[in-house]
Design a protein around this ligand. Structure first.
Ligand code: FAD
Length: 310
């Protein structure tokens, strides 16, 4: 059995693995894809001390550091069930899709999240070629350019306000008949001179020249007419979904499906900790996920040393 088992190997899981392994305890990691979402990132310019890197390079560096400390890394493994310990301080079990069962004295959940796609033609083709999901990350790449935000909830409207200060013009596309964001945000958005809002607008296609985005098509759901907007960037803001479906009923989740953690990364299950984008911790960013991972590992260590000697 492991002392600490990480489920997930993005920035949160990797930081947790390094912190755990450096305590000299048996550390395992079950992970589908090493590096997680960072693999899909074109440019990373906000990880402190690193002026600029790209996703695949960042992901490879995470893996190299984790392996350097002798972590038992099991890649292409998908966890499907968590079984809490039956006695205080007992072993926790993680079941994998391939039928294997891993046992550990503590578990850190770091399965991250995924951005919901609009699922229209052009979205996959132009991902990272004008189609983006994270305004904090990629907003500056569109400095002075025309962009759209798809989604008029709080995250979409916040993104539009944020982008309006960087890009030349923002078109906000909302499917429903009104923006769903808080009134104060909507008022702020409407006060900005370089923002156009379309409600009742269904995105139908993201267009491009073969190498990058050049526009967006939407259908006016009232008139039925198709419209085309010329632009260079599109931010899809229709939800970030935590990868926690497999934990439903075992670990306390928020109404958004995020694992509820306290300031030290404890979940409601003894010996089970969580970190990163899969948790209730706000602002989904690499530097935050890594910090939370380190914290969860230290909490797991604290938990282990407080167990009575066997
Ligand atoms: P993730 O990176 O999502 O990693 C989750 C890990 O869990 C992966 O290894 C995955 O394979 C694994 N996993 C999931 N489910 C299971 C399961 N059931 N069993 C086993 N393993 C599982 N942030 C920035 O700070 N700067 C940026 O420039 C930036 N750009 C971004 C660009 C894009 C396109 C995207 C999508 C995100 C970007 N982000 C950026 C956000 C950043 O990538 C995330 O905040 C960060 O990766 C979260 O780390 P994490 O470890 O919590 O989760």
């Amino acid at each position: 059995a492991f002392d600490v088992l990480l489920v997930g190997g993005g920035p949160a899981g990797s930081a947790a693995a390094v912190y755990a392994a450096r305590k000299g305890i048996r550390t395992g990691m079950a992970v589908e894809r090493m590096g997680g979402q960072t693999n899909d990132t074109m440019a990373i310019e906000n990880y402190i001390s690193v002026l600029e890197t790209d996703g695949p390079r960042f992901a490879a560096a995470l893996e190299a550091q984790v392996r350097h400390y002798g972590v038992d890394v099991m890649t292409q493994q998908r966890a499907v069930e968590l079984i809490p310990a039956t006695t205080p301080g007992g072993l926790i079990e993680v079941r994998l899709e391939n039928g294997a069962r891993l046992q550990s004295r503590s578990v850190i959940l770091s399965t991250g999240a995924r951005w919901r796609n609009v699922n229209v033609p052009g979205e996959q083709e132009y991902k990272n070629k004008g189609v983006a999901y994270c305004p904090h990350c990629d907003g500056p790449l569109f400095k002075g350019k025309r962009t759209a935000v798809i989604g008029g909830g709080n995250s979409g409207v916040e993104a539009a306000i944020d982008l309006a200060g960087i890009v030349s013009h923002v078109t906000l596309i909302e499917y429903g008949d009104q923006l769903k964001a808080d009134a104060v945000l909507v008022a702020k958005l409407k006060s900005l001179p370089n923002v156009t809002i379309h409600t009742n607008a269904q995105t139908t296609e993201i267009t491009g020249d073969g190498s990058k985005v050049n526009g967006l098509k939407y259908r006016d759901r009232v008139s039925g007419l198709e419209h085309q907007v010329e632009l260079e960037g599109i931010f899809v803001q229709i939800g970030l979904v935590p990868n926690t479906e497999w934990l439903k009923g075992t670990v306390e989740l928020s109404r958004f499906g995020e694992i509820v953690v306290d300031a030290k990364g404890h979940t409601n299950v003894p010996g089970v900790f969580a970190a990163g984008d899969c948790t209730t911790v706000p602002y989904k960013q690499i530097v935050i996920a890594a910090g939370e991972g380190a914290k969860a590992a230290l909490s797991a260590f604290e938990h282990l040393i407080r167990q009575p000697a066997a």
